[in-house]
Design a protein around this ligand. Structure first.
Ligand code: SAM
Length: 285
């Protein structure tokens, strides 16, 4: 361990399939730390063997995360450097680590990310759906009623929706996406960075039909991406309504400032915005 590593928790991203995706920095850090906290030590032992490393490991998963905090904090206080890894991809992203990072940060420990693979980012980067705004929802509830309730709550969101899904539920989830969100474009990223990586594109019904034709398409790991809802019509309707109100008030001889105040009170929105619209109407723009 170098002096500069003292007392640091490194949050290290590991491959989501292709071992070549492990960054040189991640490999160096894993070799330099005194302890690796891993979601599943047996799973991560394979990665360490591949790197030719034999660093002590400690399990950190959802059932023991809270009790590990004090233990790992003591090690950091003693000057050890620790790496946190999960089975695949970036820790904390639908993986353990949030409680540990929150608590160590609260205790003033230095926490350093070592970025790398993450299934949602890899999927979005190649899907061809808008990425300027998206919402990542992790895994949907496992039971149908909960899943549909969550999807209904998301139905109006205009940004791209991103979910993780397992092969056991992919068909049910696609069916519910069709029912709750209507006829939207979906992109299914399967087995990213692995031998059978596939991107399927279409409506929920089309994707289900593809899986019926070729059951292999329902196997493996999935990122499900859904086009956002079309922009709301009500916004346009509100503008039309507002302009009608302003026009009527100005037509009755009400001043621009008062008309803006009335529109703001009746329809909501800032007075300044209404003032600008009323002034534009008066000027005949
Ligand atoms: N921490 C990981 C990350 O950074 O992406 C995610 C861990 S989460 C427990 C596992 C889920 O991520 C899988 O069920 C799947 O939805 C998605 N996933 C992980 N690897 C994937 C891959 N190679 N291809 C597609 N989806 C993947």
């Amino acid at each position: 361990m170098s002096d500069s590593n003292i007392g640091i928790l490194y949050v290290v991203a590991t491959p989501i399939g292709n071992l070549e995706d492990l960054s040189p920095r991640a490999a160096r850090v894993l070799g330099e730390v005194g302890l690796i906290a891993a979601e599943d030590t047996r799973h991560s032992a394979r990665l360490l063997r591949h790197l030719g490393l034999s660093v002590p490991m400690l399990s950190l998963h959802e059932h023991n995360e809270a009790t590990r905090v004090a233990q790992l904090d003591d090690r950091l206080a003693a000057g050890d450097a620790i790496a946190l890894i999960s089975d695949a991809g970036t820790p904390l992203i639908s993986d353990p680590g949030f409680v540990l990072v929150r608590e160590l940060r609260a205790r003033g420990r230095r926490i350093v990310p070592v970025p790398g693979p993450c299934a949602l980012v890899a999927a979005l980067s190649a899907a061809g759906l808008p990425t300027d705004r998206f919402t990542f929802q992790g895994f949907l509830p496992a039971k149908g009623a909960g899943r549909r309730a969550r999807l209904e709550a998301l139905a109006g969101r205009e940004e791209t929706l991103v979910f993780y899904e397992s092969p056991h539920r992919i068909r049910d989830t696609l069916a519910d996406l069709g029912t709750c969100l209507g006829d939207r474009r979906l992109v299914l990223a399967r087995e990213l960075t692995k031998a059978f990586e596939t991107f399927l594109d279409g409506s929920a019904a089309e994707l289900l039909a593809r899986m019926d034709e070729d059951p292999d398409q329902a196997r493996g790991e999935f990122v499900v991406m859904v086009a956002g809802a079309p922009p709301r019509q009500e916004d346009e309707a509100a503008v039309v309504e507002g302009e009608a109100l302003l026009g009527a008030l100005l037509g009755e001889g009400v001043g621009v400032k008062q008309a803006a105040a009335v529109a703001s009170r009746v329809l909501g929105g800032g007075k300044k915005t209404w003032y600008a619209r009323a002034q534009a109407l008066k000027d005949g723009d």
